[in-house]
Design a binder for this molecule. Structure first.
Ligand SMILES: O=C[C@H](O)COP(=O)(O)O
Length: 359
């Protein structure tokens, strides 16, 4: 009979509470113990209250594109995780996925199936083989259009999985501000506890930082207790300096997370955008003491790809930013590849993607 592989004890283990720095060529395992931060309710940082708009800080930001691109190009080669450590990191990745469906042909049935997948992201027999069936692995959130918030809330009841809504005239965000704010309030009223909003890109392209600050601040107010993820649509902001400045303004205005993309831009999440935004988060924390989360989203479909974003988090912000309250990955199809990789780890064989349907 074929021997199945499992995770090493240290990657499974109760009591593993942080990702430990690897001294050798490999990273140490990511913790996959719920006590190490798989939970949602019990592991939240204090919210970023924002600050007054500080234009001196915003205007002083400049990004050297070629330096950032060089760093982004070397990062995946310098950091790799293999075999059982990779399986452990992929299990960790599942806990930060905002499992997303944002299609014109979404239906209540699709959304319910996606929610079932969020509750049980990996087939039970695979989790058994990996020795982690007891962990109650689930995704970070389910992310849908406002129209499906109530459906998702109902389907996820009792699971502890939050529902995130893309509100504010997603993806272009060009409807009148009062309508965008009303949409946020409606999503919160329907039970969304996380709101992903888009910004007016023209404010960034024209350097209208006060207008951007006021817009994000109004969105934060409309969210109430719901957490605000501000989508910058980085692929439409023209320069990395604009990405850095827009990140800073969004954080000053009270963003709980800054997020790269809607998934609908020509260029979505990339490592250079992630580097610039994570460095902005670090500088903001050093200056104000407030912690802001990061969410790369759009076009992240391969297990290898999500690991690269995790390396950025670990290198630029540290282990604290690898938990769901400060790190999410917005993705509609990534889970399929992660499950395939886990199956390969356990059985030595790849299965067809259609054996891991999302909906
Ligand atoms: O926020 C999430 C994105 O819209 C998902 O994009 P994706 O379909 O390319 O994974």
């Amino acid at each position: 009979m074929e021997a199945k592989r499992t995770l090493p004890k240290s990657a499974r283990g109760a009591g593993v509470t942080s990702i430990v720095d690897g001294r050798g060529p490999q990273l140490a395992p990511a913790p996959v113990d719920p006590a190490a931060g798989n939970g949602h309710a019990d592991d939240h940082v204090a919210r970023n209250p924002g600050t007054a708009l500080d234009l001196d800080v915003v205007r002083a930001l400049r990004v050297n594109r070629s330096a950032v691109e060089r760093r982004a190009a070397t990062l995946p080669a310098r950091r790799t995780v293999k075999k059982e450590w990779q399986a452990a990191w992929l299990l960790r990745a599942i806990t930060v996925i905002d499992l997303t469906t944002l299609s014109g042909d979404d239906t209540p049935g699709n959304v319910r199936r996606l929610c079932a997948k969020a509750r049980q992201p990996v087939r039970p027999e695979l989790l058994e083989s990996l020795g982690v069936a007891h962990l109650g692995l689930k995704t970070g959130a389910v992310c849908v259009y406002h129209a499906y918030v109530a459906t998702a809330v109902e389907a996820l009841r009792g699971s502890g999985i939050p529902v995130a809504a893309v509100s504010t005239g997603f993806p272009a965000g060009l409807s009148p501000l009062r309508e965008r704010l009303a949409e946020i309030r409606a999503s919160v009223a329907d039970g969304a506890t996380e709101i992903d909003t888009v910004i007016t890109r023209a404010h960034v392209l024209r350097g209208e930082w006060e207008a951007l600050y006021d817009e994000v601040k109004a969105m934060r107010e409309a969210c109430g207790d719901a957490h605000l993820k501000v989508i910058l649509a980085t692929g439409e902001l023209a320069t990395l300096t604009n990405v850095a400045r827009a990140s800073e303004v969004a954080m000053q205005a009270g963003a709980d997370f800054i997020k790269t993309s809607t998934g609908k831009e020509g260029t979505n999440a990339t490592l250079p955008y992630a580097l610039v935004m994570c460095r902005g988060i670090r500088a903001y924390q050093e200056r104000t003491g407030h912690l802001v989360g990061f969410k790369p989203a759009g076009g992240i479909r391969a297990a290898k790809g999500v690991l690269e974003f995790m390396y950025v988090m670990k290198e630029e912000l540290g282990d604290r930013w690898l938990k769901p309250d400060l790190f999410r990955v917005g993705a509609s199809a990534l889970l399929t590849d992660i499950e395939r990789q886990l199956e390969h780890f356990v059985t030595g064989r790849y299965s067809a993607a259609h054996r891991h349907p999302m909906v």
